[in-house]
Design a protein around this ligand. Structure first.
Ligand SMILES: [Zn+2]
Length: 274
């Protein structure tokens, strides 16, 4: 048997070291994907527990290693989603590995917004009940509470009749998805008349927080409107200041604090990272 020469041994060792960063970054990417999927499952459960979605609605996140793909559950009530249900889609909303699973008919909402908004990493489409009156009337949804500054400067309304006439209100193809993405523009929330809304964010946690406080703000605004007096909304400076604080969110404050609480509520005691 030939013994490996000393130079061969050194070469092998060097190659091993050269491959090490790739191996570490591969393991890191996998761990990151796992963490993102865990947050995505939690987001589905949380939004159901918080009354933002019911049996309908869907949550997605851009793939952390491939900006041309996104992750979303197979067609299932959000309150029942597990990590085994999470599927990968391309930006034409074609499933990468369908394996006979049923998929959401309104998935084009997600792909068209990801195409139009490179800054967006997470999206919710919901039938959030309290926003419906604001999409169906000429009363605009405006920030009335400190936790909803992201509703500033305005919340546009998507009107299906303007795009495709009187028909089903579901966004079931890329053309309708693009029309909705156009109405959303660079804002964080768009209402969909007679249907619900879309909420976007730079990550899952911010998007979930925005979705919950959109529903809370709508409820408070309806109560304020019922008082029948003049309403003082947050001005743009106040709204921006609240959002900047959330951008600086540290462990145990702001989004992090509420996220840990929502995860424990939705996923059971001990499920939040500490
Ligand atoms: Zn819908």
């Amino acid at each position: 048997m030939m013994m490996p020469s000393r130079s061969h041994f050194a070469r092998t060792l060097l190659m091993g070291f050269a491959l090490l960063p790739a191996l570490i970054s591969g393991a890191h990417a996998e761990a990151n994907l796992d963490a993102v999927i865990q947050d995505l499952v939690a987001a589905n459960r949380i939004l159901y527990r918080q009354g933002v979605v019911d049996g309908f609605g869907h949550v997605s996140v851009r793939h952390p290693a491939n900006a041309e793909r996104y992750l979303m559950s197979a067609s299932l009530a959000p309150g029942r989603v597990t990590k085994e249900d999470i599927m990968e889609f391309d930006l034409d909303s074609r499933p990468i590995d369908q394996r006979g699973r049923s998929i959401y008919s309104e998935r084009f909402i997600h792909s068209e917004i990801y195409k139009a908004r490179p800054d967006v990493q997470a999206i919710l489409h919901s039938h959030s009940p309290t926003v419906i009156p604001f999409g169906a009337s000429n009363v605009p949804l405006k920030p009335i509470v400190n936790t909803a500054g992201f509703l500033s400067p305005e919340v546009p309304v998507f009107e299906m009749r303007r795009v495709a006439g009187s028909r089903s209100l579901l966004v079931t193809d890329a053309k309708l998805g693009k029309a909705l993405a156009d109405v959303l523009g660079n804002r964080t929330v768009a209402l969909m008349r007679g249907h619900g809304n879309v909420v976007v964010g730079p990550n899952i946690r911010r998007m979930v927080s925005r979705a919950i406080y959109t529903e809370v703000n709508a409820r408070l605004q309806l109560q304020a409107l019922a008082l029948g007096s003049q309403i003082i909304y947050l001005d743009e400076t106040e709204a921006r200041a609240g959002e900047e604080n959330r951008d600086k969110s540290e462990r145990g404050h702001s989004i992090d604090r509420t996220w840990q609480m929502w995860v424990e509520e939705a996923m059971g005691p001990g499920s939040a990272d500490r």
